[in-house]
Design a protein around this ligand. Structure first.
Ligand SMILES: Nc1ncnc2c1ncn2[C@@H]1O[C@H](COP(=O)(O)OP(=O)(O)OP(=O)(O)O)[C@@H](O)[C@H]1O
Ligand code: SF4
Ligand SMILES: [Mg+2]
Length: 381
């Protein structure tokens, strides 16, 4: 994977999307015209099927009465293959972190399944659950608040060994932690320091070392670089890419920043109001998007080249994101979609390869939840 070099000169922004530099993506855009050959990746390591999480909305203090539910995640399905990175993007509140917590089993799913190597982990308990938990770890967004300030770095990174002593017996833990510090590019002699003695980027390296401690197969990264300075983001992203190659890790990478997601992801899923709007390879999503929501998100990505910027169509979405407690009927995006028709309010579109593209050798032939899916190149202009 090429080194990621993120610059601090983004030109423009849209609510819910970070400022980004897309020089690299734009260059690739011009170069990529060929259609990707389908890749046989074998059995997925993770299969998410119709995952639902509704948070109850209650009224009353003593006698709580349920008056509704926040449909944070409302029927999400996708696969993750060994060694690949699936990026998940979407506006604030669309359910990305809730998906992450469901996969980590930190939240109980209302319904749906998560198959890890073919086994539904949402139904596990006891020892079987503990064994699976070891293989799916998380790197959190904020390295400033996610590390206990009263613990030394050695204790923070070594804490997972308390729950899984089989990975590192007591006498061997110090050495293991020092090895992990070295792996993430920190001096092993820092083992007795406290989090406040490190910079933001170094703290996120500590978070990554902790995530690696149990030698997981899957790491779920929820906005892992959003709290970092732009210059430091690139270092952490490059470290994550290097570790992925070294340990054949599979990543789910959640972020607002579309250029970072493109850089690190093999495939990308776009979420809107608790559902997946579109999913495909990075080339399919960034250069051949077929869902109006993806097209709007991409049209808001800043383009540093003034000439390219001038000739480019910008899709401005009107209206607020509806409440997940009361999503629109039919297609959830219809209240903001410029293409909406009568059918969109009565019939919910299914996430599938649109009929018109089925069997056609085109990058537009990827899953999109839109009745009128059609290709529109918004980044490549
Ligand atoms: N524990 C909870 N109880 C009630 N509602 C919740 C809870 N956790 C999340 N929600 C709601 O679920 C929806 C999805 O939240 P989530 O944190 O998954 O969004 P997100 O896509 O990660 O947003 P962001 O980009 O801002 O991090 C939001 O409307 C949020 O308010
Ligand atoms: S189904 Fe209709 S409302 Fe939804 S994205 Fe497609 S055109 Fe827009
Ligand atoms: Mg979140």
């Amino acid at each position: 994977m090429a080194e990621f070099d993120k610059k601090d000169d983004a030109v423009d922004a849209t609510p819910g999307i970070s400022e980004v530099d897309v020089v690299e993506a734009a260059t690739e855009t011009a170069a990529v015209a060929a259609i990707e050959a389908p890749v046989d990746r074998g059995e997925p390591i993770l299969q998410v099927r119709n995952l639902v999480k509704h948070f109850p909305l209650t009224q009353g203090i003593l006698f709580k009465k349920q008056i509704g539910a926040v449909r944070a995640v409302d029927g999400v399905s996708f696969d993750l293959h060994q060694g690949e990175t699936l990026g998940i993007v979407g506006e604030s509140g669309c359910g990305k972190s809730t998906v992450a917590k469901l996969l980590m089993l930190l939240e109980t799913a209302t319904s749906g399944e998560v198959f890890y190597k073919g086994q539904d982990i949402t139904k596990l308990s006891g020892r079987a659950l503990k064994a699976v938990r070891r293989n799916i770890q998380m790197v959190f967004q904020d390295p400033y608040t996610s590390l206990n300030p009263r613990m030394t770095v050695g204790d923070i990174i070594g804490e997972p060994f308390e729950i899984h002593p089989e990975v590192a017996p007591k006498g061997d833990r110090r050495r293991k932690v020092q090895e992990l510090l070295d792996v993430v590019g920190l001096n092993p002699e820092y083992i007795n320091r406290y989090p406040h003695q490190f910079s933001g980027g170094q703290r996120q390296r500590i978070g990554i070392a902790r995530g690696l401690a149990l030698q997981p197969e899957i790491i779920i990264c929820d906005e892992p670089v959003s709290a970092l300075d732009v210059s430091v983001q690139a270092q952490v992203i490059n470290l994550m890419a290097k570790l992925q190659d070294e340990f054949n890790l599979s990543y789910i990478f959640i972020a607002h920043d579309l250029s970072i997601v493109r850089h690190i992801s093999d495939r990308v899923g776009v979420m809107y109001l608790g559902r997946m709007a579109e999913i495909g390879s990075d080339e399919q999503i960034y250069e051949h998007p077929t869902h109006p929501y993806t097209q709007a998100l991409l049209s808001a990505v800043p383009v540093p080249d003034p000439e390219a910027r001038e000739g480019r169509e910008r899709i401005i979405l009107t209206g607020d994101v509806p409440s997940p407690a009361n999503p629109p009927s039919g297609c959830r995006f219809r209240t903001r979609c410029w293409k909406a028709e009568e059918r969109c309010s009565t019939e919910e579109p299914v996430l599938a390869i649109p009929t018109r593209f089925q069997g056609v050798n085109t990058p537009a032939a990827h899953e999109s939840a839109c009745h009128f899916a059609e290709e529109k190149a918004v980044l490549a202009i």
